[in-house]
Design a protein around this ligand. Structure first.
Ligand SMILES: Cc1cc2nc3c(=O)[nH]c(=O)nc-3n(C[C@H](O)[C@H](O)[C@H](O)COP(=O)(O)O)c2cc1C
Length: 212
């Protein structure tokens, strides 16, 4: 039987207004074949899979045609990347430590997110992966600085994985379970921040829209 939508009533059920769908975008900063950064990203994805109802987008730059800044080129992949980040409630950036900094691939991703950046105002958590024993401290500090500069809300508690070749097997299996716990904590803190600071804002905006 045809039942028309009542005029002025929001078509979404109240539960969806109060509990908006959360989307997390994970971006890997390594395109090296067999890279360890993607292995760490996989652990974060497994942690997110334990939270039902959360959408996850994975950005693997090796598959993307991203123009250098200032080249004047625009690509479909750049638009795809921008859409992923724009629709994300939060973003997790994972970078390898290369030459005492974060990777140029990660910088290229950031350059392709516009100016002002689509990361502005987004909660961002950082994960760093290094072969060396001091870990990815330098890359994480520099990435934090860049993300803060472009207006991202960089959450505390980045995870630095040192001696990564002892952390994962060459096949990508995690051999150090303490690293899983640290990545799970990072994911949990990211989701907790969103629940306490972003979801109430969404709910308020939806209610205001409903009354207008
Ligand atoms: C160009 C380049 C520079 C690197 N510089 C460093 C470094 O400064 N410190 C370090 O601990 N490891 C360094 N590494 C090793 C990476 O940290 C290592 O490959 C690690 O697995 C993370 O990178 P991946 O995700 O590409 O595997 C470097 C690797 C490359 C390819």
């Amino acid at each position: 039987m045809y039942s028309p939508e009542p005029i002025g009533i929001h078509p979404e059920p109240m539960a969806e207004i109060l509990e908006p769908r959360i989307r997390i975008c994970l971006i890997s900063g390594s395109i090296r074949p067999g890279n360890y950064t993607s292995m760490a990203v996989n652990v974060a994805m497994e942690a997110l899979a334990g939270h039902p109802g959360i959408g996850v987008d994975l950005v693997s730059p090796e598959n993307l045609d991203l123009p250098f800044p200032g080249s004047g080129r625009e690509t479909e992949d750049q638009s795809w990347l921008k859409d992923r980040v724009k629709s994300a409630t939060g973003v997790i950036l994972a970078t390898p430590e290369y030459h005492g900094s974060f990777s140029s691939v990660m910088k290229l991703v950031i350059e392709n997110l516009g100016f002002p950046s689509l990361l502005s105002g987004k909660p961002v958590s950082l994960l760093g992966v290094a072969a060396g024993s001091i870990g990815a401290i330098k890359s994480l500090e520099q990435l934090r600085s860049v993300c803060s500069h472009i207006g991202a809300i960089v959450l505390p508690g980045p995870v630095s994985i040192a001696n990564v070749r002892d952390t994962f097997s060459a096949e990508g299996d995690l051999v150090d379970e303490t690293v899983r716990k640290r990545i799970e904590r990072l994911v949990q803190q990211h989701l907790d921040y969103i629940e306490s600071h972003v979801c109430p804002q969404y709910a308020l905006e939806a209610m205001v829209r409903q009354t207008n």
